[in-house]
Design a protein around this ligand. Structure first.
Ligand code: ZN
Length: 341
């Protein structure tokens, strides 16, 4: 969970070389991309991350530290530093590929909270964060103090009917949830979605109040219209949607909101947002975009410009007889393989 490679390491290496100043305006553009004002700031941030990671690893390997404390420190670390130092805090994509401003903002009557497992936090291919951005909801890291307080406050809020999106025998159907909410809270619903791999999800749901309502998608859900999850190019889901229910968090939330609110246009926009995110992640992973979204167009442009920038910078350094183990190379590497999933 605290593993990380790529951007921050490269940035540190880069910042450590005096030759960084040689690239002039190109260096400035790179710093802009990383959203820092100076090389010193870049170095400071990268240093702080390395130190924090070393400290967490030291404690995690200490047999005398209780498990709960280790988990708390891990959560603090991933919340502060994510998986890559310069990734966007909103969409968790790397600099230049942020899709926050590209996503449609889709108002829903239902409040959406995504409870995120630490192992899923800041993963570029995560879709819970895109679902929250799309609906004006929140993503809360389970195990992180401040977020747990917010989640528990939501659990205790009597003005809304809370339900966890969770399959199983005891789960009710969306129409039943709607009826309960109409009776008890004037139709107000808070939907809590769990964002984690299966084992992590089971663990997370076990930390929720046992009497909380659980809601599932009906078998004839709108999701079964498509044969495969739109996220399958990134998560290698096998099988059809209908056969094993493997869909992304965003798709499940969108389908449930459609069941509750019945607005097809909003459902379609939610899926469009997912396509934008998937295209941007594919570009980040040096793979061709699939859905030809605005995210794909912007991502391809950013990537192309950054490659030119990096190449120019490397040429300049080579001309000066300086090491290319520098910002240009760092940026190139970042574009090529920066992801730690
Ligand atoms: Zn973003």
């Amino acid at each position: 969970m605290v593993k990380g490679k790529g951007v921050e390491h490269e940035a540190l290496q880069s910042a450590g070389h005096k030759s960084i100043a040689a690239g002039g305006s190109d260096v400035f553009k790179v710093l802009q991309l990383f959203k820092v004002s100076s090389e010193a700031e870049l170095r400071e941030k990268a240093d702080a991350r390395v130190k924090a990671k070393e400290e967490v690893l030291r404690i995690v390997h200490d047999p005398d530290v209780p498990g709960v404390e280790k988990q708390r420190l891990r959560c603090n670390y991933v919340h502060s530093y994510g998986r890559a130092l310069f990734s966007c805090p909103g969409c968790w994509l790397l600099p230049g590929l942020c899709v926050c401003s590209l996503l449609h903002h889709i108002e829903h009557k239902t409040k959406v909270i995504v409870s995120c497992h630490p192992a899923e936090w800041c993963k570029s291919s995560n879709t819970g964060t895109a679902a929250a951005l799309s609906t004006g909801g929140s993503v809360l890291l389970r195990g992180y103090g401040e977020h747990d307080v917010q989640l528990e406050a939501a659990f205790a809020d009597p003005s809304t009917t809370k339900a966890i999106l969770w399959p199983g025998e005891t789960a009710i159907l969306p129409q039943e949830l709607k009826a309960i909410a109409d009776r008890q809270t004037q139709g107000r619903v808070t939907l809590i979605a769990i964002d984690a791999h299966w084992n992590g999800a089971r663990h997370l749901v076990g930390t929720f109040p046992p009497d909380m309502l659980r809601v599932k998608l009906p078998p004839e859900s709108v999701l079964t219209e498509g044969p495969r999850s739109l996220l399958s190019p990134l998560r290698f889901y096998r099988g059809d949607v209908g056969a094993n229910g493997r869909v992304s968090t965003l798709e499940a939330i969108a389908a449930l909101l459609y069941e509750l609110e019945g607005d097809r246009a909003k459902y379609d926009l939610m899926l469009e947002n997912l396509k934008i995110k998937v295209d941007a992640v594919l570009i980040q992973k040096s793979r061709p975009p699939l859905y030809n979204t605005v995210g794909a167009q912007q991502g391809a442009k950013v990537r192309h410009e950054a490659q030119i920038l990096a190449r120019r910078h490397i040429e300049e350094l080579t001309k000066q007889g300086k090491s290319v183990e520098d910002l240009g190379r760092g940026l190139m590497k970042y574009l090529k393989e920066a992801n730690d999933e």
